[in-house]
Design a protein around this ligand. Structure first.
Ligand SMILES: Cc1cc2nc3c(=O)[nH]c(=O)nc-3n(C[C@H](O)[C@H](O)[C@H](O)COP(=O)(O)OP(=O)(O)OC[C@H]3O[C@@H](n4cnc5c(N)ncnc54)[C@H](O)[C@@H]3O)c2cc1C
Length: 324
């Protein structure tokens, strides 16, 4: 893998291609180094041409709004792709489908769907994009993307447009089988019908419930570790993960545990938090210490739900996603 694609090796684009673009401001945790190149395509055609012409050796990492990411301090090698305006349209069809661009925010999609009498209320309190939601099979309050996804549109690493059925994505507990470097551009949902006023009321209730139990205004990336499964870890669409990660962390005495600017949130101990000055290395190291201590205390191994991407500060990392 080349560490430094020169501008000459990158295809011409209509969108914006920026070298050494800091990524911390583009993530919820506000940590991490730069993207070697950040590409913000103008539209799907621009992205398809770029991918088709890009040297296959150069790694590609699509990101949403970074609400499930720790970008390591050395940054992300290759090209990071962030979709914007050309990808955030939301349409509700006469046949009850909700079609959303991958850059549309989950909350906006939930609200538009509710206005049209379609129930995507579970997306209202998830602070990511539709691309991230499909990739992660996002869900809460008993509903998941897998329950309502009809199809997803994506570009392969070679720039070909493909339509994926839910089976192609093998959606599992906070996971999918989307191949590395593929970029989701749109998703079609077939949600159940509902009364708009009742859907609106449910969303308001869910916001209040979440604010009461989670540090929604802090710098976090949501749940740090997956809830462990007792017997099976295949985790189909439903959340059969009965053991709660936060309880295991609490029982190990780690609520509020800190390392530098990183802390296991006192309000909800499964929320790894940047209290202001944390580095990505501190956040990741605190997470690893928590995993070790929880294992010693309970015999259970916590698995990261937050994706850790990029290189450590010395630039000698894998450049890939962190492995559990
Ligand atoms: C306060 C808070 C509460 C949260 N609550 C929940 C919750 O209840 N349920 C839940 O499931 N999650 C929750 N999360 C986690 C997070 O919001 C979800 O995982 C979300 O789906 C991530 O979306 P994103 O756009 O921010 O993706 P990112 O964090 O930017 O990326 C996450 C993954 O998605 C991939 N990705 C993003 N966009 C694309 C694309 N267009 N094409 C291909 N791959 C893509 C990235 O490569 C990466 O692998 C929470 C996070 C926070 C901060």
């Amino acid at each position: 893998m080349s560490r430094s694609p020169t501008p000459q090796r990158l295809p011409a684009v209509r969108g914006t291609l920026t070298a050494d673009r800091p990524l911390a401001p583009l993530t919820w945790l506000r940590v991490g180094g730069p993207a070697q190149w950040l590409f913000q395509p103008a539209d799907e055609e621009d992205l398809a041409h770029f991918l088709a012409a890009l040297d296959p050796e150069i790694p590609v990492f699509p990101m949403g709004v970074g609400s499930n990411l720790i970008v390591r301090d050395g940054g992300i090698p290759g090209v990071t792709i962030r979709l914007g305006r050309g990808f955030n349209a939301i349409r509700c069809t006469d046949h009850g489908r909700v079609i959303a661009g991958a850059a549309a925010l989950d909350a906006h999609v939930a609200r538009r769907a509710a206005e049209a009498g379609r129930d995507l209320t579970f997306l209202r309190t998830i602070p990511g994009t539709i691309g991230g939601a499909v990739r992660m099979n996002a869900g809460c309050y008993g509903s998941y993307v897998a329950d309502v996804l009809e199809s997803a549109r994506a570009l392969t690493r070679a720039g070909e447009v493909v339509t994926l059925a839910p089976e192609d994505l093998a959606l599992g507990y906070r996971s999918s089988a989307l191949p590395e470097g593929w970029v989701l551009t749109e998703a079609t949902f077939a949600p159940p019908a509902g009364d708009p006023a009742a859907l609106e009321a449910r969303m308001a209730e869910q916001i209040a419930r979440r604010d009461a139990s989670q540090p929604t205004r802090d710098r976090t990336a949501g749940s740090t570790f997956r809830n462990p499964s007792g017997a099976s870890s295949t985790g189909q669409a439903g959340d059969s993960h009965d053991l709660k990660a936060w309880k295991l962390i609490d029982e190990a005495g780690l609520r509020g545990a800190a390392l530098g600017g990183a802390q296991m949130n006192p309000k909800h101990p499964n929320f790894l938090t940047n209290t202001g000055s944390a580095t990505a290395a501190e956040l990741e190291e605190l997470g690893e210490r928590v995993r070790k201590k929880v294992y010693e205390n309970s015999g259970l191994t916590l698995e990261w739900e937050i994706m850790r991407v990029g290189d450590p500060p010395d630039g000698r990392g894998s450049g890939g996603e962190g492995q559990d």
